[in-house]
Design a protein around this ligand. Structure first.
Ligand code: OAD
Length: 234
């Protein structure tokens, strides 16, 4: 079955970066690096406490310098380099570990820590350092730069491209995501409805586990290289 899967869509979540030392969102206690997600990841939070939201993302951005891609990121990059069929890696993660491992056929549907978005003109730009509230946009001059993160209630990026890929996928693989946040949580149903085989690789069963044809439980750092080896062996 697997070797007939020419067109693959992979969805990744925080679990794939856990072994690199980046905290997942819904760990013990339900806090993300000490904060409730709604206090740092909503348009309302940005409007009411821009200092907190900017400081929070500045810290997440700075922390990228202290982490490295793990075996799961490297395995997906190898799949990207060697897989002759269609492949789209859709990540919900805002870290840069997939691209540092070498993945190219990659979309960040929830934005990127190392990107800024101008709330005034909509320009996106690479941003590596701290971003004090009121930073000026190099494109339009407005003091309106914000982290280029898709907050709750905002539309994820590249949904047209993702929906198209799900509609023609032979295989959909979900890695390290709890299935708690839509629309990503619904991708499995979309892909399955369109005829794809669906596989979940996760430490524990996700909220939508029942929608997958197959679930393999374990750490991404061992499950993903094993799966990629099998795919490339054909
Ligand atoms: P979660 O923190 O909700 O879920 C992470 C999943 O990874 C859980 O199911 C864990 O069991 C699993 N996991 C943990 N360690 C793992 C490991 N070593 N190997 C494999 N799996 C492991 O993170 P996401 O599902 O990514 O949105 O969260 C989705 C979105 O919610 C995020 O993109 C973020 C957040 O709000 C934005 O920031 C816009």
């Amino acid at each position: 079955m697997m070797q007939d899967s020419r067109s693959i869509v992979v969805l990744t979540g925080a679990g794939i970066s856990a072994e690199s030392g980046i905290a997942t969102f819904r760990g013990p206690g339900g806090l993300w690096e000490g904060h409730r997600v709604e206090d740092v990841c909503t348009p309302e939070a940005l409007a009411h406490d821009p200092e907190l939201v900017h400081r929070f993302y500045d810290a997440r951005r700075a922390a990228l310098a202290r982490v490295e891609p793990n075996a799961a990121h490297h395995a997906l990059a190898r799949l990207d380099a060697e897989w002759g069929g269609d492949l789209l890696i859709v990540t919900q993660n805002v870290d840069d570990l997939h691209e540092r491992a070498g993945a190219k056929r990659l979309l960040h549907m929830h934005g990127e820590l190392q990107s800024a978005l101008c709330a005034a003109c909509g320009a996106h730009m690479r941003w590596l350092g701290a971003m004090p509230p009121g930073s000026a946009c190099p494109a339009c001059g407005a003091a309106a730069l914000r982290p280029d993160i898709v907050f709750f209630g905002e539309m994820p990026y590249a949904m047209d491209t993702i929906e198209r890929a799900l509609g023609t996928a032979d295989l959909f693989v979900s890695i390290g995501t709890s299935g708690a946040v839509y629309p990503a949580a619904g991708f499995v149903q979309g892909a399955r409805h369109a005829g794809a085989r669906t596989l979940e690789l996760n430490l524990e069963r996700s909220a939508g586990s029942a929608f997958f044809h197959e679930t393999r439980l374990g750490a991404a750092g061992s499950l993903v290289p094993h799966w990629v080896d099998a795919m490339l062996a054909g």
